[in-house]
Design a protein around this ligand. Structure first.
Ligand SMILES: NC(=O)C1=CN([C@@H]2O[C@H](COP(=O)(O)OP(=O)(O)OC[C@H]3O[C@@H](n4cnc5c(N)ncnc54)[C@H](OP(=O)(O)O)[C@@H]3O)[C@@H](O)[C@H]2O)C=CC1
Ligand SMILES: N[C@@H](CC(=O)OP(=O)(O)O)C(=O)O
Length: 372
């Protein structure tokens, strides 16, 4: 780790691939005024290329406020022009929406130009030497990057990903409770429409509606935490997932704009008291807090004692959308404990989580200026 004596120099130059979509827009909002990173390139499909950013998102800017000045006159580039974009940037964020094989190929093409890629996309989450990082939980997984670089034949290029958004409403609590050895988990998620890149204007059928299916989501919800709790294995040069916890889930789309909620049941091998569980949540902190990363929430997890919290409307923006709210922890008749968790799906769950991941990678010395 290159954190001791860490001195900030000039801002790193960053490109956003998939900049015109909902997650790309969130990246732009977060990075418009970031202390470490400066947006120098925005890229999307050939359809948007050649337009100014403001023209490209005209009529489909989905966030609060207007298009930030820093990008509004920037000309959108074609994401397929990898060498051209790589020559302008120190690293890229990927928020692209392509099929998985094409996404994997495009992200690897960027990495092979010695351009680190921090991705929102799920395509590389199960590539064994790609770290899938929630910086508070598994910052040490970036150790696998040395093996990935060997495979790619790169010196500085690599890919790191952040996990699925819905798992972030229950995985942080279960991570705080690893010492009590969670063995079985049921997680039912209630997911906001922005997770599908939509607003109510785009998707009026969601008003007053619940849809009991989100393609691929239950598989991700059950598997991704296991990789996050896994370890870097030097023999296989990969991350070996944890096998101690079994998760089963159901994922529902609900008429909420931002905020994924999870109703969760858990059995433990050990026998914690309620106070021990609450103390573990409230005292849980990780590298982002210790390093003071710019996007790090001061408090990663808050425990709410009121019976009717956490609520989406009241609590989704806790710690600027980067904190996780837990409540209704109580004993269960069938499982040991049950609780409700809430996280912001496009802040902590998407662009915000990826930006915090890039901050960690910079602090660890994995992302540097190409001119250094
Ligand atoms: N929405 C969310 O909360 C979350 C989304 N994600 C993931 O993040 C990614 C982006 O999601 P989201 O922003 O909602 O998606 P959108 O559909 O809103 O945006 C997709 C982006 O990809 C670009 N794109 C599409 N096709 C191509 C192509 N052939 N070549 C280059 N660029 C292309 C689009 O450019 P153009 O405008 O020119 O078409 C646009 O910039 C997805 O992988 C999604 O699964 C992950 C977590 C949460
Ligand atoms: N599927 C999530 C959003 C998403 O894109 O997830 P992933 O990052 O796993 O592709 C949702 O609809 O709420």
């Amino acid at each position: 780790m290159e954190v001791e004596g860490f001195v900030m120099s000039d801002k790193l130059k960053v490109g956003i691939i998939g900049a015109t979509g909902m997650v790309g827009q969130r990246f732009i909002k977060i990075l418009a005024d970031h202390p470490w990173f400066e947006i120098v390139a925005v890229a999307a499909s050939a359809h948007s290329a050649g337009k100014t950013y403001a023209q490209a998102v005209d009529g489909r800017w989905k966030l609060e406020g207007t298009v930030p000045d820093v990008v509004s006159d920037m000309v959108v580039q074609d994401a397929a022009q990898v060498d051209k974009i790589a020559s302008q940037v120190d690293f890229v964020f990927s928020a692209i929406s392509l099929d998985k094989a094409d996404t994997r190929a495009l992200e690897e093409a960027y990495a092979k130009t010695e351009t680190p890629v921090v991705s929102n996309n799920s395509a590389h989450r199960w590539t064994p030497d790609v770290p899938m990082v929630i910086p508070e939980i598994n910052p040490e997984h970036t150790d696998v990057i040395k093996y990935q670089r060997e495979r790619l034949g790169t010196k500085r290029g690599f890919i790191a990903v952040k996990p699925n958004c819905s798992i972030q409403s229950y995985t942080p609590a279960l991570s705080a409770w690893r010492q009590f050895e969670p063995t079985q988990v049921i997680a039912t998620t209630y997911q906001a429409i922005s997770g599908a890149g939509k607003t109510f204007k785009d998707w009026p059928e969601m008003e007053g509606n619940v849809i009991p299916y989100i393609a691929g989501e239950e598989e991700k919800s059950e598997r991704e935490p296991l990789k996050i709790w896994g370890h870097v294995d030097a023999d296989t040069k990969s991350i070996v997932p944890d096998e101690g916890t079994v998760i089963t889930s159901q994922c529902l789309r609900v008429p909420v704009l931002y905020g994924h909620t999870a109703a969760t049941f858990v059995n433990f091998a050990k026998n914690p008291t309620k106070q021990e569980l609450i103390d573990a949540l409230e005292s849980y902190e990780g590298e982002p807090q210790r390093l003071g990363l710019p996007s790090a929430p001061k408090q990663f997890i808050q425990y709410m004692t009121e019976d009717d919290r956490p609520q989406v409307r009241l609590d989704v923006n806790f710690e600027n959308g980067m904190g996780v709210s837990i409540g209704r922890l109580r004993e269960d008749k069938i499982f040991d404990w049950k609780f409700v968790g809430l996280s912001h799906n496009t802040a902590r769950g998407a662009a915000g989580g990826a930006v915090e991941c890039a901050e960690l990678l910079k602090a660890q010395g994995y992302i540097t200026s190409k001119n250094a």
